[in-house]
Design a protein around this ligand. Sequence first.
Ligand code: IMP
Length: 176
Amino acid sequence: MAEQQFLERVLFSEEQLAKRVSELGRQISADYRGKKPLFVGILRGCILFYADLIKNISVDCTLDFMCLSSYSGTGSTGHVRTMLDLRESIQGRHVVIVEDIVDTGLTMEYLMKQLKDRGAASIEICCLLDKPGNRKVEVTPKYIGFSIENEFVIGYGLDYNELYRNLPYIGVFKKQ
Ligand code: IMP
């Protein structure tokens, strides 16, 4: 496949991802028993993670999405914008933000500020990947799939210039 020339190595296989995502689903289901959480997926990177995660949620829940943008190539522009907002009100809801990766933290900081005044009962972040070594602002996801080194990764929803989101595994992007 064309991605091979851009791939340094596979970081998490399909099987490793499935196992960890089901563990996260079970943990979140236990924590939100009786609470009917609202899962807010952050497009577009969340898509595969989100779909697999909610299949592992065993409590009643509702789904909504936002589209935020900050990245260009392999670097954050640091300037976050809302491209698509929620359809549902979050007033009184227990919100779980589902994000592909937290890197500098700027996107989640921006989102938390956006959602803070909308009257949610609680807001937590669930990210598949965390790059704590690259943080510029304090953001603490409650649910983390894997913590990784400061490397640029692709696959399972994560892109490089909109490519490679469809890979079923996560790999380290090969610098050209
Ligand atoms: P932050 O605002 O720097 O935390 O970046 C968050 C967003 O940047 C994520 O939702 C991703 O879309 C993108 N991003 C950060 N690191 C990577 C990466 O290694 N691969 C692909 N996208 C990334």
